[in-house]
Structures are given as structure tokens and as C-alpha cells.
Design a protein around this ligand. Structure first.
Ligand SMILES: O=C[C@H](O)[C@H](O)COP(=O)(O)O
Ligand SMILES: C=C(OP(=O)(O)O)C(=O)O
Length: 337
């Protein structure tokens, strides 16, 4: 249940209504916006009559919140969240342009790609050090050596790094070294891992599970937030459908839907969605036009020889062309990177 106070409510009004909430045995979560103040009631509100609060002259309206998530719910937090990734703002008008190889392969490879994507306008560098592969015989990533390479390139090129954490065993080292910790599609519902992310200071990029509904996805964000880390960015990366021509199906509708349901930034990974490099350009532009807060795009200097996902990787030149178009679309939607 949420209580919306009349515009420009005073401190004493907020305190009085909050005391009423407490008397009902509920906890409160207060959000003071530029104009409006909202009090979220946390606890079992099923037996509480909302009309009781409307008696107070400072109360505008009281609504029952049906969704099972609270911290991620836009109703509790009407303004867009802006997440700070080591100085790069994401959300609320700031676009995250994440680019880099699927996997870290060598210093030279990541260095060359990082310099190229930065010159094109990327503001965050991606690269998998630990790879979640379907086959145990596929390239599994360079592990900690890959993480060191990413750090070396970050220091040389000046782009904060985004990389996937698969095991809680590496939580501390990721917390120390990684700017934005990625939780991949396959771990979206690894609830023990999600709970542990509440203990890290770093923001989290939570990718959508292969078959996850919007509510399941937001509930996973809620796990992280309820454990103590409210800095979560969502990433749509395509879902499994009956269509097999493309690797997954990009759910463009998720952008406006998530925007409505949650205040968290939502970015799109068109590389994993389509699985084909030639689909990336159109889907990336469509995503920004639909209001995405950023893009995660795989870029490889030699995709023919990539150790993973070369077929969905753009060459640096194509990434450059894409970002030129994206910056024009972003200008129309009032966003910047
Ligand atoms: O980024 C890596 C891959 O997309 C992911 O791990 C799964 O790929 P695979 O099914 O080819 O192993
Ligand atoms: C494995 C990745 O993506 P996803 O979890 O979306 O499959 C990735 O981004 O490297």
C-alpha cells in the first residue's frame, strides 16, 4: 500500500502520517520528490483499511500495490533511478554505451577493441572473463587472468569495466576490481548469488533470464535490493520463443513495460538477442528509439577468429557507424551519452 501526500507536504505532516502507519504495525519507506512525498507501507496491509489514512488532511490518496516487489516498484519511487558506475551515469536521460568483446582473449585484443569503441563514444567496456557455456568443451574464459587483463585495459584506456560474475567464490575480488558486476541470463534466478550481491558496493547489471517473465525478472532485482544493494540496472537480451532462425527474440516491448513497472534503468543487448551481427544495427536503433537507457554490444576486431560469439559481434568500423546514428536518435529522445 502506498500513501501519496498532497503536494509540498511539511515535515510534521510526513511524521504524523508515518506515525499512523507505525501504529498499524507496518514499516514505512518514505520517498520525497521535488513536488510529491510518498510513503510506502511495508508489511501485511491486507487487513488495513486505506480510508483510515485519507482522514488526514495531508493525504491525497491511498493505493494498494498489487505487485509483490516494493523496492524496485515505480509506485514507491516515481523518479527514474540514475545509477553511478564509477562516474558514468546510467538512467534518467544518461545512456550506457557498453561495448567490447564477448570474451577476453588477450591484452592486445581487448586493448585494440577498447581504444576503438571509446573513440566511437562507448562509455563502458565489456568482456567476459568467466564464460557461462552450454558445453563444458567450449572456451570457458580466461578466469582471473582475464579479469586482470580487463583491469589493465581499463587503466590504460580509461573505460570502467563490466564483466560477468558466475560464482560467489569471486564476490570479493569482483567487488574490489569490477566497476559494474554482470549477472548473466543463466544466473538470473540463482537466489543465493543474488542475495550475496546485497553485500557488494558495486552496481549490478542484471540480465533477463532465458524464459523469464517481467515479474520474475523484477523479483530478481528485488532480491538484490532487499539484500542491501539498490544499484541495479536491468538488461533485456532476448528470450526463447518458438522461432529458431534467430538465437533469441528481442522483446522490445520490455522497454516501455519495465519503464512503467520499475524505476530502474533498462538497457538492451541486441547481440545476444539476435545472435547475428547484421541484426544488431537495426535492433540497437529500435531499442534506443523505444526508450532504452543504453546498449550492450559485442565488438570484436577479428570476429572470424573470436573464441566465442563471433557471429554476433560487430567490427569496430560498424560499431562506429552505429553510434553515429544512435547519437541522433538519442538526441530526439532527449538522452545523452
Ligand atoms: O556469451 C557467451 C555465450 O553467449 C553464452 O555463454 C552461451 O553460449 P553457448 O551456448 O555458445 O555456450
Ligand atoms: C553470456 C552473456 O550474456 P547472456 O547472459 O545474456 O547470455 C554475456 O553477455 O556474455
Amino acid at each position: 500500500m502506498i500513501i501519496v501526500l498532497k503536494p509540498r507536504a511539511k515535515q510534521e505532516d510526513i511524521a504524523r502520517v508515518e506515525a499512523m502507519v507505525k501504529r498499524k504495525g507496518l514499516d514505512s519507506h518514505i520517498v520525497v520528490g521535488a513536488e510529491m512525498t510518498i510513503i510506502g507501507c511495508i508489511g501485511d496491509t491486507t487487513q488495513v483499511d486505506p480510508k483510515l489514512f485519507e482522514v488526514d488532511s495531508a493525504v491525497d490518496k491511498v493505493m494498494h500495490v498489487q505487485e509483490p516487489y516494493k523496492l524496485a516498484n515505480r509506485a514507491f519511487h516515481p523518479e527514474d533511478s540514475v545509477i553511478d558506475v564509477s562516474g558514468v551515469k546510467v538512467g534518467g536521460g544518461y545512456l550506457a554505451m557498453i561495448a567490447g568483446p564477448c570474451s577476453v582473449e588477450s591484452v592486445d585484443q581487448v586493448m585494440e577493441i577498447a581504444k576503438a569503441v571509446k573513440a566511437s563514444g562507448a562509455n563502458l567496456l565489456r568482456g567476459g572473463a568467466f564464460k557461462p557455456r552450454t558445453s563444458p568443451y567450449s572456451f570457458q574464459g580466461l578466469g582471473l587472468k582475464g579479469l586482470d587483463i580487463l583491469c589493465e585495459v581499463r587503466d590504460a584506456v580509461g573505460l570502467p569495466i563490466v564483466t560477468e560474475l558466475m560464482s560467489p567464490d569471486y564476490l570479493d575480488i569482483f567487488n574490489e576490481k569490477v566497476d559494474l558486476i554482470q549477472i548473466g541470463a543463466r544466473n538470473m534466478q540463482n537466489f543465493d548469488l543474488l542475495k550475496q550481491l546485497g553485500q557488494v558496493d558495486r552496481p549490478i547489471l542484471l540480465k533477463r533470464g532465458l524464459n523469464a517473465t517481467y515479474e520474475e525478472w523484477i523479483m530478481s532485482a528485488e532480491y538484490i535490493m532487499a539484500s542491501g544493494n539498490e544499484n541495479v540496472i536491468l538488461c533485456e537480451r532476448g528470450i526463447r520463443t518458438f522461432e529458431t532462425y534467430t538465437r533469441n527474440t528481442l522483446d522490445l516491448q520490455s522497454i516501455p513495460v519495465l519503464r512503467r513497472l520499475t524505476h530502474l534503468p533498462i538497457i538492451v543487448d541486441p547481440s545476444h538477442a539476435g545472435g547475428k551481427w547484421w541484426l544488431v544495427d537495426s535492433m540497437a536503433k529500435a531499442s534506443v528509439a523505444a526508450g532504452a537507457d543504453g546498449l550492450m554490444i559485442e565488438v570484436h576486431n577479428n570476429p572470424e577468429c573470436a573464441l566465442c560469439d563471433g557471429a554476433q559481434s560487430l567490427k569496430p568500423r560498424k560499431y562506429d557507424d552505429l553510434l553515429r546514428d544512435v547519437s541522433q536518435i538519442a538526441a530526439v529522445t532527449g538522452k545523452t551519452f
